[in-house]
Design a binder for this molecule. Structure first.
Ligand SMILES: *Cc1c(COP(=O)(O)O)cnc(C)c1O
Length: 341
């Protein structure tokens, strides 16, 4: 039995999802003629109570498109130092938009309204780049799946409004936050100018992300997506998987969260584990006591039991629970962890 916890992107389409893919009605989406893509976009827009949505091949492309829509070359965006848009999108912020990032030293990937306010360059001081955008991430990836307090997001929105800044949410795992905190997606739709969500993580789709916003922005996004090479043809086969996932795979995310919490509990009682970061959703970040057990030996030992997890650098290790991580695998992992060391 192989247990793959390196990410929640490792899932494969279920029988039901494959069936939905097989039965999809499709057309050429570059001509906006794919009924399944149109249905998915309408469904996601409606879910957030926003005007329009656009299907993307990846979350990276959805985020990069949003940044391009909200900025001009030379400008600056504000994000946490852990942000995916800064760390893991290949330098796309500068490559695609000619924009720099002002990094905030937040807590677990989350910043406060006053930190954001302090990071805004004075607009009439022409020596510094013009600040035009704030990017939020929920849940935070490098921050260990932490969820924002909605009130904190509202405070940042006030700062944005007072300073004429756009407000983008990288919601690759927003589904996890919505389930964990029992929040209303429409509240998010009201707060942000654009939101990107991934279908290929916790929701178990093979491919796909969606960007939501108002109609004017999404109309412009079609061109940016085209420029980035993201115009797809019979992508309704992928959109059908997305529709299936939205109907079937959101509520069950709580199971992933429960399993993650159980793993965290076991880890925190092991003599060779130094620290487990608080677990709010499906991401577990922990550190070993390297005197007692080196990360190398630990990863090797797990690998021998066909368990894969991932190193995050700086001595941090990560596991992510997901749709294809079954109860039997869970038992096997917990047993194995207890038997090492
Ligand atoms: C995974 C992820 C993305 C986008 O990833 P793709 O692999 O390009 O789909 C964006 N933001 C965060 C926080 C992520 O975890």
């Amino acid at each position: 039995m192989e247990v793959n916890l390196i990410s929640d992107t490792v899932t494969k389409p279920s029988e039901g999802m494959l069936q939905a893919i097989m039965e999809a009605r499709v057309g050429d989406d570059v001509f906006k003629n794919d009924p399944s893509v149109n249905a998915l976009e309408a469904k996601v827009a409606d879910y957030f109570g926003m005007e329009a949505a656009l299907f993307f091949p990846s979350g990276t492309m959805a985020n990069q498109t949003a940044i391009k829509l909200h900025t001009q070359p030379g400008e600056q965006l504000i994000c946490d130092k852990y942000a995916h848009v800064y760390n893991y999108e290949g330098g796309g912020v500068s490559f695609n938009s000619g924009v720099s990032c002002k990094l905030v030293d937040g807590h677990r990937g989350m910043m406060t309204a006053s930190q954001v306010e302090e990071s805004i360059n004075p607009p009439d001081f022409y020596h510094s780049p013009l600040t035009t955008l704030v990017c939020i991430e929920n849940t935070t990836n490098k921050g260990g799946g932490a969820c924002w307090d909605f009130e904190a997001l509202k405070k940042i929105k006030k700062v944005c409004d007072a300073n004429g800044l756009q407000y983008h949410l990288d919601g690759a795992r927003l589904w996890n936050a919505l389930v964990a905190k029992n929040e209303d997606p429409k509240d998010y739709g009201q707060l942000f100018d654009t939101i990107s969500v991934c279908l290929s993580k916790g929701l178990g789709c093979p491919v796909g992300s969606v960007l939501v916003g108002n109609k004017e922005l999404i109309d412009k996004a079609v061109r940016v997506r085209k420029v980035l090479g993201g115009g797809m043809r019979q992508s309704g086969f992928l959109a059908a998987a997305g529709i299936y996932a939205l109907d079937n795979n959101i509520a069950r995310l709580s199971e992933d969260h429960e399993k993650a919490a159980e793993i965290g509990k076991v880890l925190s009682h092991l003599p060779y584990v130094k620290k487990v970061e608080p677990i709010e959703t499906n991401i577990i970040i922990f550190e070993l006591d390297e005197q007692k057990m080196s990360s190398e030996v630990f990863l090797d030992t797990l690998q021998q039991k066909q368990i894969s997890i991932i190193g995050m650098g700086q001595g941090k290790l990560r596991m992510v629970t997901h749709l294809d991580y079954t109860q039997i695998m869970h038992n096997h992992l917990l047993q194995t962890l207890k038997s090492i060391g």
